[in-house]
Design a protein around this ligand. Sequence first.
Ligand SMILES: C[S@@+](CC[C@H](N)C(=O)[O-])C[C@H]1O[C@@H](n2cnc3c(N)ncnc32)[C@H](O)[C@@H]1O
Length: 276
Amino acid sequence: MIALYLPDSNRRNPDLLVEVPQGVPAKNFHRPRRGETRPERGALRHACPVRGPAAAALSELEREVGAPGDGLDRLRLVAAPFVPEIRLHLAEDAIVWWARMEAASGHALPPPYWASVWAGGQALARHLLDHPELAAGRRVLDLAAGSGVVAIAAALAGASRVVANDIDPYAVAAVTLNARANRVSVAATGEDLLDSDAGDADLLLAGDVFYDGELAGRVLPFLRRAAARGSQVLVGDPGRGHLPRDRLDLVASYRVPTTEPAVDTPVRRVEVLRPR
Ligand SMILES: C[S@@+](CC[C@H](N)C(=O)[O-])C[C@H]1O[C@@H](n2cnc3c(N)ncnc32)[C@H](O)[C@@H]1O
């Protein structure tokens, strides 16, 4: 049971941590073909500078990505299993990466959720790429962005502006690196927005945010305030313990390949939902 071996800084989410991918299949490792170029989407020229703690985290991740090594504690640029159009810098083994980074820094770090791509985020990203009209020409906010998989999908779908928000400075840094890797423009921010009404976002997206009771208790009112203000709101969730399913309506469902070890099915049903 992986949770038994977590460093001390795992305070609340052993349930979630067992889903950390234990190595993404080598076939997903993207090797650019000779002469391959990808068109730039969005306005890279508008990309916001990363500031504060996220700037230090970005320098650290840039060093990691520049000299990845070959151990389990490295980051690799891989295609997201259910959204192979998107490549992400993910940990070969997030727990090992986390332990090394905590040992090097000498203090506890938040769990590196950004170093994995979650089932809820993948389903939501798939939904956006398959229905680009949802995001095209709209101002998008990706709440709890993690790696940025959802934000990047919105940018690829033609959003006019994408903001990815996550309170973990490493996630802000990872979104920045991953947006670059996919040649899209995403502004990453680290403030806690949950007491606001999501500003002027036309489309508010939240992938895999109902894993923690305290967080879930703040997220649902936030989503409802945004919806009441006129935002379209979409959530991606595999049925986490704090999902308020009776307050949400089904939009679509997907069978997402799971990376969880020791499960009896290789896929997981993940729903895309909207507030009722
Ligand atoms: C399970 S991950 C999901 C990441 C991504 N959406 C995906 O599906 O791959 C949850 C993320 O929520 C972030 N988070 C936790 N509390 C938050 C808050 N108050 N505001 C924004 N992000 C938060 C965590 O840092 C973490 O990156």
